[in-house]
Design a protein around this ligand. Structure first.
Ligand SMILES: NC(=O)c1ccc[n+]([C@@H]2O[C@H](COP(=O)([O-])OP(=O)(O)OC[C@H]3O[C@@H](n4cnc5c(N)ncnc54)[C@H](O)[C@@H]3O)[C@@H](O)[C@H]2O)c1
Ligand SMILES: [Zn+2]
Ligand SMILES: [Zn+2]
Length: 396
């Protein structure tokens, strides 16, 4: 085994560095031995909109933390308590770190595992959520491997579709979680706020048989990617109320299901499009959902030290709750329990049920050396979903 691990490390807001760290050990962040864990050689590790919150400084993390939570790789070392995962297995790593033993994990709620993070009931790689190092690196330690890892049935078949399968660690299951929480089913009309990678992955709602899938954003290039793959689009930079734009498409001003794939870095509509309005997207999806419909909130909300209001800094955003209460809103929010969806979505990819995915996601494979530069480009709104290929295995 090599002695070092090249990794993208957080230094300070907008400053990341590529460093050579020690090879990871089978050990929990608090130093206890982890015979239930494995070491994964990373094959694909994507850059996410959630990484941008860290990069910009709105989600504080310690200096020296390895970035990244979207990993796919090959197991190279297994602990003595690991039963079902073996060296050589090609696996997807859900971004949630979960123990598989607590009440929430037993109920499939791996997004709120009660034991892996002493601060709050939620663990993730490459965040300040349990001190698990991220996977934008050559190697990664994964605890409770039998529980957490999704093994691909056949390595060669998986490598052929690796750009799509790499989306199973976060964006695709996360996008589907939003759709499920918003009650999307055959024939639904759906509003998707945000055409970033997660919003675009949600446009795969056609897999479930949604009727009209409407995606709203300002970014023309991102909207074009979904438009050419069968979605309706709304350009929010136009000074036209969202309800009128929805009505122009559907004949009615509301949809059955709406999902916020934006979070608290949202902007206003039309002449307010250049204004940061942390509560804009969540209020827009609440307003866009019909009485008796449902709303999912996937975009991240939390105290943001960079917000220019006291409410934003404290994470107490004003919601239009009084306006929409009478519609009996059903609202679901929080991190996605990846494990609830990743196996089924893997099968859909392996059986070619989402042939439009690669084009819609516009994935671009880059080396670890190019990753810091890709953060800068993604931060400026690039329409690519970057997949870092630390060992050159995808390119090969
Ligand atoms: N809940 C989870 O488990 C989970 C998992 C992954 C990502 N996320 C979060 O989901 C969000 C989206 O991730 P991403 O990678 O696609 O991010 P991204 O930053 O690339 O995309 C966000 C998009 O929203 C657009 N936007 C801004 N204001 C808007 C508005 N009012 N209405 C519609 N669109 C608007 C932006 O122009 C941008 O294209 C982020 O907040 C991310 O942190 C949550
Ligand atoms: Zn992510
Ligand atoms: Zn747990």
């Amino acid at each position: 085994m090599p002695e070092t691990n090249r990794a993208i490390v957080f230094d300070s807001p907008t400053k990341l560095t590529l460093e050579s760290l020690d090879f990871p050990k089978l050990q929990m962040p608090n130093g206890t031995k982890a015979p239930h864990g494995v070491i994964v050689r990373i094959v694909a590790t994507n850059i996410c909109g959630s990484d941008l919150h860290i990069y910009r400084g709105s989600f504080p993390v310690p200096q020296g933390m390895v970035m990244g939570h979207e990993m796919t790789g090959q197991v190279v070392e297994v602990g003595s308590d690991v039963q079902f995962i073996q060296p050589g297995d090609l696996v997807s790593v859900p971004f949630n770190v979960a123990c598989g033993r607590c009440r929430n994990c037993k109920n499939g709620r791996t997004d709120v595992c009660q034991t892996v993070n002493p601060q709050v009931h939620c663990g993730a790689y490459g965040f300040n959520l349990g001190d698990f190092q991220g996977g934008q690196a050559e190697y990664l330690f994964v605890p409770y491997a039998d529980f957490n890892l999704l093994k691909f049935p056949d390595n060669d078949a998986a490598m052929e579709k690796i750009r799509d399968l790499a989306l199973l660690s976060d964006v695709l299951p996360t996008a589907f979680h939003g759709l499920m929480e918003a009650g999307v089913k055959v024939g639904s009309t759906v509003y998707i706020a945000g055409a970033g990678p997660v919003g675009r992955a949600a446009a795969a709602a056609r897999l479930i048989g949604a009727a009209a899938i409407i995606v709203g954003d300002y970014d023309k290039e991102r909207l074009d990617l979904v438009k050419r793959n069968g979605c309706e689009t709304i350009d929010l930079s136009q000074d036209i109320p969202l309800a009128d734009q929805i009505e122009a498409i559907l004949g009615v001003p509301e949809v059955d299901c709406a999902v916020d794939y934006v979070g608290s870095e949202a902007h206003g509509i039309g002449h307010e499009a250049h204004e940061l309005q942390p509560q804009a997207a969540i209020n827009q999806v609440l307003a866009a959902t019909r009485a008796g419909g449902a709303t999912g909130v996937i975009g991240i909300y939390g105290p943001d030290p960079l917000a220019d209001t006291k409410e934003g800094q404290e994470g107490t955003f004003p919601l239009d709750f009084g306006k929409v209460w009478i519609k009996s809103p059903r609202v679901s929010a929080g991190q996605a329990p990846i494990m609830s969806y990743n196996r089924d979505l893997m099968m859909s990819i392996l059986w070619d049920r989402m042939p439009y995915l690669s084009d819609m996601m516009n994935t671009k494979v880059i080396s670890l050396d190019d990753a810091v530069g890709a953060y800068e480009t993604f931060d400026q709104g690039s329409a690519n979903k970057y997949i870092i290929d630390p060992h050159g295995l995808i390119s090969a």
